[in-house]
Each structure stands twice: as C-alpha cells, then as structure tokens.
Write a protein that binds this ligand. Structure first.
Ligand SMILES: C[S@@+](CC[C@H](N)C(=O)[O-])C[C@H]1O[C@@H](n2cnc3c(N)ncnc32)[C@H](O)[C@@H]1O
Length: 293
C-alpha cells in the first residue's frame, strides 16, 4: 500500500495528478526541515522507547550486551532484493546515479543494493565490527567507499552530505528521533529513504520476557509513531507498507539472538530454544518512508 503525503493530502507529486514521484525542484538543493525536538509526537516516541528499556538489574546481570547485533547476520546478499526501499532510492538517484550515505549501515545491505548507481558509498555505524563487514563487501564489489565510525546525529560533521541518505532498521534504537530525522534531511541533497518494521521488532520476544523474567512489556512503538515525528518535523513523506517474503527460519541464530536480547546465560540455551520454537515467526511487515525537499 502506498500513502502519498498521508498527513497533508498533497497531490502535487502524485503521478495520477500528472506530478513526478520523488522529483522536487532543485534536485541538488540541500534539504532543510524545521526540527521540533520537544514536540508531542517526539515526546510520546521517547516515552514508548523508555517504557520498554531493559530494567537495570536485568541488564547488569547480562552476559552479553543485549543491544548489540551479530555482524555475521548482516553480510549483504550477492543479489539484492527488489524492495520498495531500493526502488525509492534508485528513483531519487536518477539515471545518472550519485553518492549515498547509509546511516547505521551495518554490513551495507541498503547502500550496496544500489550498485551500480551508487558512485560513492559512505557507511556510518557505531560498531567497528559492522564497518569491517561493510568495507569487505564494498571491496568485493569494487565500490568506492568511506567508513565513518560514529553514531547519528553526533557524527554529522564527519559524514558530510550525499545525494541520497538511507537509514534502514535503526529508528527503533533512537529515543531522540526528531533531531535524528532532521539530520538525515539536512545531509541529503536529493532525498532520504528510511526503512523500518511496522511494529518494534523486539515485540516478537514479549511473551518470553514474561516467561523468563516475569516482565509484562508495555505496548510497542510502531511506524505510525515514527510517521508522527516525521510529520512534526514538517516533512511530508511517501509511505509504502509491504511484507517481506517469508524466509527459511534459522533456529540456531534465533536462539542466539533471543539469549542475548533476553540477557540470559548460555546455560539456559535449551530452555530458550524450546520457548522460541513456540513463538510465531518474526514480524515481516515493513514500512518504507521516503521524502525529497
Ligand atoms: C539492525 S542493524 C541494521 C543494519 C543495516 N542498516 C541493515 O538494514 O542491514 C542496526 C544498525 O544500526 C546501528 N546503529 C544503532 N544506533 C545507531 C545510531 N544512533 N547511529 C548510527 N547507527 C546506529 C547499529 O550498530 C547496527 O549496525
């Protein structure tokens, strides 16, 4: 499903109205949007994320950092999937292609899906291990690239600007979403593509928080909460809701992931494996949010 300017009903870029998708005037103009960090939606977003923070005593006893990802799971595929996010980014780049900044790049799947249209790819991530995967993948594909080791938006000066800015699956890690989104806009000459789950991806494990820790999780944040923050920043995005095709389950990886997220030690692996087997598949509903100036 595609929603155009869902918050303002603007048909000026509606193809059905004779407009042109993702082609605002001033293609190389710097995007600027007002930033309202203390607005109502931004406050609600922060509260939703804080309410789901792992209690300090559980976190303190965790054998591994529960917020870290395993870089081995983020090696980009040799052949990228044709997704709404990829199509939105290619449309923003246009036939000539251009430079791309991938914020929270992980192994670089989002940016490398744009080869050969990406002329130079900057990957930004606070994880040095992820950046090593990103760099290896760029070298294998012969893509001119640069790594920025840092967090967004702190590392804005090092990242610089690019024609297109991507940010896939980082939003739910970001309590200060207003400034985060405003900085994505400010770094983009042509436009921004954000991809995230329709519902906080951690919600999949909520039944196991109750099972292992007796913890009842509050309602998860959703992409609609993200869209409210984006709208508060004065941005009128295109919104595409879609479902990722079912992939084969990897029970071992799911158990590793769940052990880490649930802050449990390896000795409880069998219990966790049994509990994870009783969960449904992980959520596959995704949202692509893209905008120009
Ligand atoms: C779930 S992974 C997604 C990686 C990649 N974008 C993808 O879709 O495959 C989230 C990534 O965001 C990074 N990250 C978390 N907070 C960040 C922040 N504030 N700024 C930049 N990257 C961040 C993590 O280190 C991790 O590599």
């Amino acid at each position: 499903m595609t929603t155009r300017c869902g918050w303002a009903g603007d048909r000026s870029q509606d193809p059905a109205a004779g407009g042109e998708l993702h082609r605002a005037a001033g293609r190389r103009g710097h995007l600027q949007h007002p930033n309202l960090p203390t607005s109502r939606a931004a406050t609600r977003w922060r509260e939703l994320l804080e309410a789901r923070a792992i209690p300090a005593e559980i976190r303190a006893a965790a054998p591994q950092d529960p917020s870290q990802h395993d870089p081995a799971r983020f090696v980009p595929p040799a052949t990228p999937k044709d997704t709404p996010s990829r199509r939105a980014a290619l449309q923003l780049l246009g036939p000539a292609g251009g430079t791309v900044l991938d914020v929270g790049c992980g192994g670089g799947a989002a940016g490398l899906a744009l080869v050969p249209k990406v002329t130079r790819l900057t990957g930004l991530d606070p994880s040095a291990d992820m950046l090593r995967v990103f760099e290896r993948a760029c070298i294998e594909r012969g893509v001119p690239h640069r790594s920025v080791h840092g967090s967004w938006p702190d590392a804005v000066p090092e990242a610089g600007v690019a024609d297109v800015v991507l940010c896939h699956h980082v939003g739910y890690n970001t309590p200060d979403l207003g400034p985060f989104v405003a900085a994505l806009s400010a770094a983009a000459r042509c436009g921004v593509v954000v991809e995230l789950h329709a519902v906080h991806p951690g919600a999949w494990l909520d039944p196991l928080w109750a099972h292992f820790h007796g913890l009842r999780r509050p309602p998860p944040a959703t992409a609609d909460d993200v869209l409210a923050v984006v709208a508060e920043g004065g941005i009128c995005p295109e919104v595409q809701r879609w479902t990722r095709p079912a992939a084969p389950r990897h029970p071992e990886a799911e158990v590793d992931f769940s052990l880490r997220r649930l802050c449990l030690p390896a000795e409880r692996r069998n219990e966790v494996a049994e509990a994870v087997a009783g969960l449904g598949p992980r959520h596959r509903d995704l949202v692509t949010i893209s905008w120009t100036g």
